[in-house]
Ligand binder design. Sequence first.
Ligand SMILES: C[S@@+](CC[C@H](N)C(=O)[O-])C[C@H]1O[C@@H](n2cnc3c(N)ncnc32)[C@H](O)[C@@H]1O
Length: 305
Amino acid sequence: MDHIPVLQHEVLQHLDPKPDENIIDGTVGNGGHASLLLEKTAPFGKLLAIDADKQQITNARHALEKYNERIVLVNGSYANIKEIAERVRFKPIHGILLDLGYSSWHVDQSGRGFSFSKNEPLDMRYGLAGLSLQGQDAGKVELTAERIVNEYKEKELAHIFAEYGEEKFSKQIARAIVGHRKVKKISTTFDLVKVIEEAVGMKYRGQNIHYATRTFQALRIVVNGELENLEKALPEALEILASGGRMAIISFHSLEDRIVKHFFQQKEKEGVITILTNKPVTASDQEVISNLRARSAKLRAIQKI
Ligand SMILES: C[S@@+](CC[C@H](N)C(=O)[O-])C[C@H]1O[C@@H](n2cnc3c(N)ncnc32)[C@H](O)[C@@H]1O
């Protein structure tokens, strides 16, 4: 299924893009939000489109073909948003959008083990090009979900599941993983799902969350350094934004939303920004019916003073 951009109307309302303005889409994905923004910034506004995933850059290039002359596509991490914008001489910057996490394309087509309902290798990296391994980390073997579940100590696993998955049964799952891998390596999503089911499947009976959801979320966050990336990106994004410019962040779980909320509150206290969303903006019932992914989306937006 194609990725349906979430909160489309709300993103436009809060970023309020105008003709000839320049916008950065730090997570261009399949280019859904990007094309809406490009429509609004016609005829001369430019879009710097970043994605950590090389294949998503190819997808976006196709999707945004008709705006070819107004877009700059960069395969990189939004954690390096300042360096990227400077490198391609992109300014002034009137708006920045980050729509965090993975896209439906990752789940349905990447084959990298993002979903517990498909049997795939346990990979979970967005960037397969070693994006996180530049500078001092160059030469290290890249982190995958498979390496985490087969190599991390039981205590570390439990910590990851509790911290990044907010998983109540983190210790039981960690213990089961370590017990299982002594006998056989855990290589695929279904290998892992089976271990989790045996350990805590019963405890999740009657709940409307699948027993593997939180463990999978935790692994994805750690593999991709998602929280660290966000923490690095926010101050850089604010710094490069022009005065009067707007920034909108869409997050999908409470850990991300907390980081965004605290950062914005702190910067408002410092008198640097005005918060445009007192409460996070969420999807309407109607949107959730047509796009289940939207049910956990939270949008927060600011304007730079
Ligand atoms: C929710 S999707 C974005 C969908 C997009 N707004 C659209 O309308 O098609 C998130 C995208 O962010 C990308 N991504 C994840 N971490 C990233 C990072 N650190 N830097 C840049 N892109 C990242 C993923 O590869 C994915 O394509």
